[in-house]
Design a binder for this molecule. Structure first.
Ligand code: FES
Length: 106
């Protein structure tokens, strides 16, 4: 079972057991993890699912596609090298991810 550690802006952490095939965004929203909004439902049109992925885990995913890369220019908090839109991060079996939720999403 995949697992996601969410580090919130207030310094607290939440660990959620996820489901293979779900995104990091859906896992957060479904489990009431505040700070990830997911306004567009994962259609790459809002950038309210912005997270910072742990640097060591960045290579677990393909690089952002063109649409995600464009939307990452619209995040409310600064884009960093490890910025991703969490609706594009799909959980796979055995994954244990660590993401940091930015201060602002809108
Ligand atoms: Fe809207 Fe990810 S949920 S871009």
């Amino acid at each position: 079972m995949p697992k996601v550690h969410y580090a919130k802006p207030d310094g607290t952490q939440v660990v959620i057991d996820g489901t293979v095939g779900d995104s990091v965004m859906v896992t957060a929203v479904r489990n009431g993890v505040t700070g990830i909004v997911g306004q567009c439902g994962g259609t790459l049109s809002c950038a309210t699912c912005h997270v910072y992925l742990a640097p060591a885990e960045h290579d677990l995913f393909d690089p952002p596609g063109e649409d995600e890369d464009d939307m990452l220019e619209c995040t409310a908090s600064d884009r960093e090298d490890t910025s991703r839109l969490s609706c594009q991060l799909e959980l796979r079996e055995g994954m244990e991810l660590h993401v940091t939720i930015p201060d602002e999403q809108v």
